[in-house]
Design a protein around this ligand. Structure first.
Ligand code: ATP
Ligand code: MG
Length: 301
């Protein structure tokens, strides 16, 4: 069976392999932001999400549905307005070395070399120099960048920058990797290569990954499960288990079919966003434009 569970509001992980409960548990987690004039925006309606240890979970949803908000909450960079977030049963009180976030922009320090960028979090964590160097080498080799360790970020391609950012995320050896559209700005071939590399690293290091993407094919290529988020405000719309053998190919028929299911699910949500964000006259492209009685469209032809 290609399609797994489908729920509207709850996204429980399948039972954990070791029976120890989810590594990440969001219970009734919602988030509102209040601006300087006191106006409140609901970024996320209360959601329940469980992630099991070692799972590769993808979050897809239209712009503004709260994907980054969920990652920031799990990272401890923001506090929820409602509900609780627990990692291994312990409430999240702030950022911690067990979680790192990787963003679409590599955010490397331009004045440091690749190696120095990767060493940076270890210096902050006061890891002894020899140990830091050996770890940096291990992870730079893992992302195939050891040869470029003395290059500066401006000398690297987009894919190489993201590899360096991945090494920098991995070097503190977090149990949980939070990835916010990390390959969203890359061309398709480079993204394909990085999917394969990330999958290998995930398998070798047995990390738990929460991966945000706009791209349903990328979600089906990588995820054990995909949570489709709805928008305005964000909420869990559907949960799909991807029961396809790995490694998967984005061009594979089953991947394309499942991605089409997800894309369809997203379509109505994206249309909702466009209706709110563009001029009053916007309609979905497929909807025929019917001339009103006063328009005289095509008259005289
Ligand atoms: N710091 C903030 N202050 C005010 N509103 C915010 C803040 N951060 C996010 N929001 C709002 O919360 C909602 C969810 O934002 P979020 O960035 O999580 O969406 P997203 O799904 O990651 O979107 P995108 O796909 O464009 O990255 C949006 O309406 C956004 O404008
Ligand atoms: Mg975002």
């Amino acid at each position: 069976m290609l399609l797994g569970e489908h729920t509207a509001a709850r996204a429980s992980a399948p039972s954990c392999d070791d029976g120890s409960g989810p590594i990440i548990a969001l219970r009734g987690v919602g988030k509102s932001f209040v601006d300087a004039e006191g106006r409140s925006t609901i970024a996320l309606e209360p959601v329940d999400i469980d992630v099991r240890r070692g799972e590769f979970l993808c979050l897809v949803g239209p712009s503004g549905c709260g994907k980054s908000t969920i990652l920031n909450l799990v990272a401890g960079l923001e506090a929820p307005t409602h509900g609780t977030i627990a990692i291994r049963g312990e409430p999240v009180k702030g950022p911690g070395p067990d979680r790192t976030v990787m963003f679409q922009e590599a955010a490397l320090f331009p004045w440091l070399t690749v190696l120095e960028n990767v060493l940076f979090p270890l210096q902050v964590a006061r890891v002894a120099k020899a140990e830091a160097l050996s770890r940096a080498e291990r992870y730079l080799r893992m992302v195939h960048l050891w040869k470029f360790r003395d290059a500066r970020p401006h000398e690297l391609s987009g894919g190489m920058k993201q590899r360096a950012a991945l090494a920098r995320s991995l070097v503190i050896e977090p149990e949980i990797l939070l990835m916010d559209e990390p390959f969203g700005a890359l061309d398709a071939q480079t993204a394909d290569l990085l999917h394969a590399e990330l999958e290998t690293i995930w398998r070798e290091t047995r990390k738990t990954v929460v991966f945000v993407t706009h791209n349903p094919r990328e979600a089906v290529r990588l995820g054990d499960r995909v949570i489709v988020l709805g928008t305005r405000p964000g909420r869990v719309k559907r949960v799909v288990s991807i029961d396809l053998p790995r490694p998967r190919d984005q061009e594979q028929r089953d991947v394309a079919l499942l991605a089409a299911v997800l894309r369809n699910e997203l379509k109505s949500e994206i249309e909702k966003v466009l209706r709110e964000e563009v001029d009053d006259g916007w309609r979905p492209a497929q909807e025929p434009v019917r001339p009103g009685p006063d328009r005289g469209l095509g008259g005289g032809i």
